[in-house]
Design a protein around this ligand. Structure first.
Ligand code: SAM
Length: 247
């Protein structure tokens, strides 16, 4: 973004996602339309939407990751599974990247949420964003989700903010992720109780999640603490083992 005659440094994370200085942007698949009142701007004939880390844990994770930020995103044009879709804020940005305008890339986001109110917003979003498949279901009920997934996916995101998030995530990864697939768990420590009762310390919950994923055979690549944008949250990025998904 140009300020006072100086431009912020632009870094492309994908064909449709970029950082400009410390802000994150996606190429708008539905030009002229903001999903949650975010800033829109034009650059060389393309429209970009500002993706706020205060409204999206995926955005916060992308901005704060110390690794290759682009590698946290799924391959455009692939099928992905998103558990805890909410009203579709993060999903709309993921759609920009995975599908593009009129789904020119041929991607698919199976977007699961338990709340009928969220589902109404997701269905409305899906009308203008082909490739988005809203599913009203409890993320723990795999049989309700399986019919929407013709094969195992290479990218799974979970953001359900309820107790038992880690076990839920491991079970979903074992059921739906392809060998070597990437899983991103947005962990809200305040939703969990510590083993001594009470809420416990966020970092203890992150350590517990890391240990549980490792015990299950996953390789934990990064634990990204989101403090400052999302209190008591971390985004835990893991690579699934080769042997998962072969049974
Ligand atoms: C923090 S919000 C999701 C926000 C969304 N990921 C975003 O970034 O735009 C958490 C969502 O998880 C959903 N949820 C909670 N428990 C769930 C479950 N067992 N199965 C599916 N969705 C669940 C809630 O209805 C809520 O919409």
């Amino acid at each position: 973004m140009a300020r006072g005659g100086r431009s912020a440094r632009v870094a492309d994370l994908s064909w449709a996602v970029r950082t400009e200085g410390r802000s994150l942007w996606s190429r708008n698949a539905v030009p002229g339309v903001a999903v949650r009142g975010e800033r829109l701007k034009r650059r060389r004939g393309e429209e970009w939407r500002q993706w706020s880390p205060r409204r999206s844990k995926l955005a916060a994770g992308l901005l704060r990751s110390k690794g290759d930020k682009g590698s946290l995103l799924p391959e455009p044009g692939t099928t992905t599974l998103y558990l805890g879709a909410g009203h579709g804020t993060t999903i709309s940005y993921l759609h920009d990247h995975l599908c593009g305008a009129q789904n020119e890339r041929g991607g698919c986001i199976v977007a699961v949420d338990i709340s009928p109110r969220c589902m109404r917003d997701l269905v409305r979003l899906a009308e203008v964003r082909p490739g988005l498949v809203p599913v009203l279901a409890d993320a723990r009920h795999h049989e309700a989700i399986a019919p929407f997934l013709p094969a195992r996916v290479r990218w799974l995101f979970q953001d359900v903010s309820q107790a038992g998030q880690v076990d839920m995530h491991i079970a979903a990864a074992q059921r739906f992720l392809a060998p070597n697939g990437l899983s991103l768990l947005s962990l809200k420590s305040a939703s969990e109780r510590s083993e001594h009762g009470g809420r416990g310390v966020p970092r203890d919950h992150y350590d517990h999640a890391r240990a549980a994923l490792t015990d299950a055979g996953a390789e934990v690549l990064e634990v990204i603490e989101l403090t400052g944008w999302e209190e008591q949250h971390a985004l835990i990025v893991s690579r699934m083992p080769e042997e998962w998904g072969k049974t």
